[in-house]
Ligand binder design. Structure first.
Ligand SMILES: Cc1cc2nc3c(=O)[nH]c(=O)nc-3n(C[C@H](O)[C@H](O)[C@H](O)COP(=O)(O)OP(=O)(O)OC[C@H]3O[C@@H](n4cnc5c(N)ncnc54)[C@H](O)[C@@H]3O)c2cc1C
Length: 336
C-alpha cells in the first residue's frame, strides 16, 4: 500500500517535471495553409508551438514555384470555392484580397462563384507566414521530422528533426504528413502519388479567355484540369500568359504542342498565340490515413491532433474557433 502510494507520488512528480520540461506544447508537421493556421490557433490559445516543414518552401500543395522563368507561379491548378465563411476569414484575419475567378474581373466583388487570392498561392502563403512571424512561432524549413517516439506514460513525445530531438506534448499531423516506417511506433503512409503538371508560357496579347477549367482527353494526353495563372503573377498586363495543365499520367514527348493545340481547339487563347517556353513539374505525395493511430494506446492517440486539411474550403469548419482568438489582420499589420 505504502509502496504504491510512493510510486504514485513519484509518477506524478515525473509527469509534472516532464510536462514542464517539454520544448513545445505542439509541433505541427507540415506547412500547408490549414496546418499553419491551426498552429497559429494553438499559439493564440497560449501554447508554445513550432512548425516543421521538410521541403525548402512552405505551402505544401499550395506553394508557388519559379517556372518557365517566371517567379511566384502557383504549383498546380487550384480552386478555393466560394464559401463565405472561408473568404471572410482569409480577408479579415489573414489579410488576403480574395477576388472572383473570372477573367478580366479582378478586384470586382460578386456574391457567388469561386474566389481566389489576388496574387494566388504566393499571396496565400506569404500572408500566413507574416502571421507566423508576427507571433514569433519557430518555423523550421527544409528539415523533415524523421521519427517520433511517444513516452505515453509521461505524456510527451520525442520528435527527431535532422538529428536533433525536440520534446512536445502534442503533434499536429494531417493528410499530407509523411512519417516513415522507422517511426516509433510505426505509422503507415500510403505509397506516394504523383501529380504531374505541364506549364506553358505563351505569347498572346488577347484578353484572358478563362481562369480555370476541367480537362479531357486530347490526342493521347489525359488532361485533368487547366489553369490560366496569368492574372495571379507578374505577367498580368503583359503580352505573355502562363498556363498550368494537371495531367493524369506519362506525357507524350510532344506534350507542349498538344497542350497548345488543346487551348486553341477550345478557343482558350487568342488565334495568334504562340508557344514561348514549356516546363514540367511533378508534385509527389504520400498520405497519412485518418485512422493511422488506431494501433496506439488511448494516451498515444491523444498526443496526436489530426487536422482535416483535405480541401482549402475546410477553413470554413475551423473559422468560428479561430476567429475567437486570432487578432484581426489590420491589428497585426499595424503592430509590424
Ligand atoms: C496537385 C494538387 C492540387 C490540389 N488542388 C486543390 C484545390 O484546387 N483545392 C483544394 O481545396 N485542395 C486542393 N488540393 C488538396 C490539397 O492537398 C489540400 O488543399 C492541402 O494542401 C492538403 O494539405 P496537407 O498538409 O494535407 O498536404 P500538402 O499540401 O501536400 O502538404 C504537406 C506538407 O507537409 C510537409 N511534410 C510532410 N511530412 C513531413 C515531415 N515528416 N516533416 C516535415 N514536413 C513534412 C510536406 O513537405 C508538405 O509541404 C490539391 C492537391 C494537389 C496535390
Amino acid at each position: 500500500m505504502c509502496k504504491k502510494f510512493y510510486l504514485l507520488i513519484l509518477l506524478s512528480i515525473f509527469s509534472s517535471i516532464s510536462a514542464y520540461q517539454t520544448d513545445y506544447d505542439y509541433i505541427a508537421i507540415g506547412s500547408s495553409p490549414i496546418m499553419m493556421l491551426e498552429a497559429l490557433y494553438h499559439h493564440h490559445l497560449g501554447n508554445r508551438v513550432m512548425i516543421v516543414e521538410g521541403a525548402e518552401e512552405c505551402g505544401g500543395a499550395w506553394k508557388s514555384i519559379e517556372i518557365c522563368g517566371i517567379k511566384h507561379v502557383d504549383m498546380g491548378c487550384h480552386t478555393a470555392g466560394g464559401n463565405t465563411k472561408m473568404i471572410d476569414f482569409l480577408e479579415n484575419y489573414v489579410g488576403i484580397n480574395m477576388v472572383p475567378m473570372v477573367p478580366n474581373d479582378k478586384g470586382k466583388k460578386k456574391s457567388h462563384g469561386n474566389y481566389y487570392p489576388q496574387a494566388g498561392c504566393y499571396e496565400l502563403i506569404e500572408q500566413i507566414l507574416k502571421l507566423v512571424s508576427a507571433a514569433n512561432i519557430p518555423l523550421s524549413i527544409g528539415h523533415k521530422v524523421s521519427s517520433i517516439y511517444l513516452h505515453e506514460n509521461l505524456d510527451y513525445a520525442d520528435v527527431l528533426i535532422d538529428g536533433r530531438t525536440y520534446t512536445t506534448k502534442k503533434l499536429l499531423v494531417c493528410h499530407g504528413t509523411e512519417l516513415n516506417n522507422e517511426s516509433e511506433p510505426s505509422y503507415q503512409n500510403s505509397s506516394p502519388r504523383e501529380f504531374p503538371h505541364i506549364y506553358l508560357l505563351v505569347k498572346d496579347s488577347s484578353p484572358d479567355h478563362f481562369i480555370y477549367t476541367g480537362g479531357g482527353a486530347h490526342n493521347g494526353l489525359s488532361i485533368v484540369r487547366v489553369s490560366n495563372l496569368t492574372p495571379y503573377c507578374d505577367l498580368n498586363g503583359s503580352d505573355k500568359k502562363i498556363f498550368a495543365f494537371e495531367v493524369r499520367s506519362k506525357t507524350p514527348q510532344n506534350f507542349a504542342d498538344l497542350c497548345l493545340d488543346y487551348l486553341h481547339s477550345k478557343s482558350l487563347i487568342g488565334k495568334n498565340a504562340r508557344l514561348l517556353n514549356s516546363e514540367t513539374y511533378t508534385y509527389s505525395k504520400a498520405y497519412l490515413p485518418r485512422n493511422f493511430s488506431n494501433k496506439l494506446s488511448p494516451k498515444g492517440k491523444e498526443m496526436f491532433v489530426y487536422v482535416n486539411t483535405t480541401a482549402i474550403w475546410n477553413i470554413a469548419n475551423f473559422a468560428s474557433a479561430w476567429e475567437k482568438v486570432f487578432p484581426l489582420y489590420q491589428e497585426v499589420a499595424r503592430a509590424r
